[in-house]
Design a protein around this ligand. Structure first.
Ligand SMILES: Cc1cc2nc3c(=O)[nH]c(=O)nc-3n(C[C@H](O)[C@H](O)[C@H](O)COP(=O)(O)OP(=O)(O)OC[C@H]3O[C@@H](n4cnc5c(N)ncnc54)[C@H](O)[C@@H]3O)c2cc1C
Ligand code: FES
Length: 361
């Protein structure tokens, strides 16, 4: 009992101290004007005290920040050349030892207290902000909504299949973004199509499930590292689960439009037949793409009595059907356990790590 009371007292003292420090930092620390230099761009000056990620956003420098600055995605990496202060413990899980050595930091964790010079990937300086309106939206499974955003004015978006955008989530009291993969092919430059799964109480997905045709939406993009091997000798293999379908659709629709004879595969894991989205669409695409192999597998087939396709987890289908040799490029997208299990299979099949790309969500 005494032990419990001591713990309680210590926690209360710790909590109070943290609060005092927070209030002192908020109201007493005046960092004054600070200058930020990004690559070889003209430096800009802001009032210190805010986050580097927000300062860059205000200057329309849109670096990837899939978790919206919560410090949980590790996407917002920049190289700090001067200023920036010590690395925080929250950053360490995302920084490899060579990154720690070369000054790589998470922009959302850096508080601006002095002049800073940073280097970002050149491509981030070309990311744009778009104003769009909802053109169409429909539920395609119980919890997944297909949404088409039409770009305003005469704006066009240039992107590679497999890339994503970041949607601005209004009404949160701060600058909040969430990442969503583009499901439409790059030939459609005046709109982007998304597939959004509703996460209970989730800020971004609840917003995207509530918007209606005609509503305005702001987003930045495109982002993403996937670069498709254009050589028709290379077999392109997409492995997806849930909303991981979105970038797969973009990639396969793009191949259907540009190189329909290309050897490619889609492995898609769903729980039940009701979650097996776009199966009919891909079966139709197979009539135009003779070398497209489509495998859907249900992990909970018990309630899908009409199902005559594969069952089990999708990585098992990959193990059963993926060729053991030849040049293959893989793009994986879906929940972390699916990606990890599939990576193990790819290792068994001798696929070099540089030939597999993934987005976990
Ligand atoms: C590169 C990239 C591409 C993405 N593409 C898509 C896409 O095409 N379609 C899509 O629907 N999502 C996609 N996501 C995920 C998306 O960015 C959001 O993380 C997701 O919509 C949840 O955000 P939220 O604001 O609704 O939930 P939050 O407000 O962030 O979270 C609310 C609560 O739900 C929990 N939670 C968050 N995500 C999940 C989850 N997946 N399952 C269960 N609980 C969760 C959180 O821990 C928290 O407790 C992508 C993510 C990345 C990094
Ligand atoms: S870690 Fe996600 S935005 Fe910084």
């Amino acid at each position: 009992m005494i032990h419990f009371e001591a713990m309680l007292t210590l926690s209360a003292i710790g909590g109070t101290l943290a609060l005092v420090l927070l209030i002192a930092d908020r109201f007493l620390c005046n960092y004054g004007p600070c200058t930020i230099r990004v690559n070889e761009e003209e430096p800009f000056t802001i009032q210190g005290g805010g986050k580097l990620l927000d300062a860059l956003y205000d200057q329309k420098i849109f670096i990837p920040s899939a978790c919206g600055g919560q410090g949980t995605c590790g996407y917002c990496k920049v190289r700090v050349l001067e200023g920036g202060g010590p690395v925080l413990p929250t950053e360490l899980p995302f920084l490899a030892s060579d990154e720690q050595a070369d000054g790589t930091r998470l922009a959302c964790q850096i508080k601006i207290k002095q002049d800073i010079a940073i280097r970002v990937k050149e491509e981030f300086l070309h990311v744009q902000e778009f104003q769009a309106t909802v053109a169409r939206a429909q539920l395609i499974t119980l919890d997944t909504r297909e949404i088409v955003l039409a770009l305003g004015g005469d704006a066009e978006i240039e992107f590679r299949p497999g890339q994503y955008i970041q949607i601005f989530v209004p009404g949160t009291g701060e600058t909040t973004f969430r990442a969503y993969s583009i499901a439409s092919p790059p030939s459609r430059k005046r709109e982007v199509e998304l597939l959004v799964r509703l996460i209970p109480s989730g800020l971004g997905s609840t917003y995207l499930h509530s918007i209606q045709p005609g509503d305005p939406v702001t987003f930045t993009g495109p982002y993403g590292e996937f670069i498709m091997d254009e050589s028709t000798e290379t077999e392109l293999v997409c492995v997806g689960g849930g909303c991981g379908m979105a970038p797969m659709r973009s990639i396969l629709r793009h191949l259907g439009e540009t190189t329909p004879g290309r050897t490619c595969s889609l492995y898609f894991g769903a729980r039940t037949a009701a979650d097996a989205m776009y199966l009919d669409e891909f079966r139709r695409l197979q009539t135009e793409m003779p070398n497209l192999n489509v495998v859907y597998a249900l992990s909970e087939p018990e309630d899908s009595s009409d199902w005559d396709g594969a069952t089990g987890f999708i990585h098992e289908s990959v193990r059963n059907h993926l060729s053991d040799s030849g040049k293959r490029q893989l793009f994986l997208c879906g929940p972390p356990p699916m990606i990890e299990a599939t990576m193990t299979v790819l290792d068994e099949k001798g696929v070099p790590t540089e030939d597999s790309f993934y987005d976990k969500f």
